[in-house]
Design a protein around this ligand. Structure first.
Ligand code: ZN
Length: 397
């Protein structure tokens, strides 16, 4: 039977289909898509098992073993991992026009552009974020000229509270917070004052600040004390000076206190100065695991170090975290950090039908930190297919 629901209703109205046949036809054409036979892992539902996912009207309609009924499209997911669409809270996907679609092919159905632009040129990233097919928001760089090669806020006047507040007030629908990059080569000795100003900007709007930590001039503890619940610390595995862990392998007390009061800690893979294996090992061993993973995605990162979100996630397999916990960092946990993701990161019935189909391959895979440090992993996640708002995207090129 090739008749879809609309044709059926039309045919029924025209009297060409009998009533009893009508009921069975409706039942037989229940879903737009069925994702069949995959290993569905959804930490938000505490689910890890072989299931079918039924999608109708852009929403998740059913998650069941051996789902009855037919679908216009059936995606064979046997041998694959089916998870909620991935949410990447630190990217620079809005820096280039095709950024959103490139990320989407990696399974990323929601992203935050984290501070690519400041107040002066925020319209450029806003335009890309608004044209993105997936859920997208931007963080405003506290430096009004955005990311500068010689430091966003080396000139303290660029951390302009008035200009930043004005930009947010005019774009409240799309600016989801403020980014403050605090490293010595970005803010110099201004780091502490820059963060104070970022908090001054966001507090009246009830928005978070995301700080880029690592290699700051101000001690990490003093920086932590300025953060409010809901703020985000990205680059949590950055090497000294001012790591989150001291030379004795102890997490800095103010870092622990920040997590207790609701500050989020995020990976922020990136390519320079943010991730070093020895710090990673110490922090993981101390049990201070990330709340969220993020890629710090750029077009340049697609060929080195970052590659894609599933590759970044894979760096945490084989190191104590279960597959379920790894998936949680890229789905459920991220959905709690930004309001735009509130009803995402889940395959709960009724949620937007954003789904990532991944492959978990066994073998020998090389992973790289930001210092050319290499290590080998026994398993790696690969992007396979993406469903966005109930539409199955074409296979990756
Ligand atoms: Zn970044």
């Amino acid at each position: 039977m090739t008749m879809n629901r609309r044709q059926f209703v039309y045919a029924a109205a025209a009297g060409s289909v009998g009533l009893s046949r009508a009921a069975s036809l409706l039942a037989a054409d229940q879903y737009d898509i069925i994702v069949k036979g995959g290993r569905v892992i959804d930490p938000s539902l505490r689910l890890d098992g072989i299931r079918d996912v039924g999608i109708a009207g852009g929403r998740i309609a059913a998650v069941e073993a051996n789902l009855a009924g037919a679908a216009a499209t059936t995606l064979d997911a046997r041998g694959k991992i089916v998870v909620p669409g991935l949410l990447d809270i630190h990217t620079h996907a809005a820096r280039v026009k095709d950024g959103p679609t490139l990320c989407l092919a990696d399974g990323v159905t929601g992203f935050i552009d984290a501070g690519s632009q400041g107040a002066d040129r925020i319209q450029e990233t806003i335009a890309v974020a608004k044209s993105a097919p997936q859920a997208a928001r931007v963080l405003l760089n506290i430096g009004r000229a955005g990311i500068l090669p010689d430091g966003d806020t080396m000139d303290l006047a660029r951390a302009d509270v008035g200009a930043a507040r004005d930009a947010i007030a005019k774009n409240r629908d799309i600016i989801a917070g403020v980014k403050a990059r605090l490293s010595r080569d970005v803010a110099g000795a201004n780091d502490y004052e820059v963060l104070k100003r970022a908090e001054e900007v966001t507090t009246p709007f009830n928005l978070p600040v995301m700080i880029h930590m690592g290699q700051t001039m101000t001690p990490i503890g003093k920086i932590m004390d300025l953060l409010k619940p809901g703020d985000i610390v990205t680059h949590m595995f950055a090497p000294p000076p001012n790591s989150i862990i001291d030379d004795n392998g102890r997490i800095v007390p103010e870092v622990l206190a920040a997590r207790r009061r609701g500050v989020w800690f995020d990976l922020g893979n990136g390519r320079t100065g943010h991730l070093r294996w020895d710090i990673y090992d110490k922090v993981m061993k101390a049990g201070f695991w990330p709340d969220t993973f993020s890629t710090d995605w750029t077009p340049e990162g697609r060929t080195v170090q970052v590659i894609d979100f599933p590759n970044v996630m894979s760096k945490f397999l084989d190191h104590g975290m279960s597959l379920d916990q790894v998936i949680a960092c890229a789905t459920r946990n991220a959905s709690r950090v930004f309001d735009v993701f509130r009803d995402r990161g889940t395959l709960n019935v009724g949620a937007p039908a954003d789904v990532a189909v991944l492959e978990l391959r066994q073998g020998s895979f090389e992973f790289v930190d930001n210092f050319e440090g290499k290590r080998t992993g026994r398993q790696k996640l690969f992007p396979s297919r993406t469903i966005l708002a109930g539409k199955l995207l074409p296979p990756r090129a």
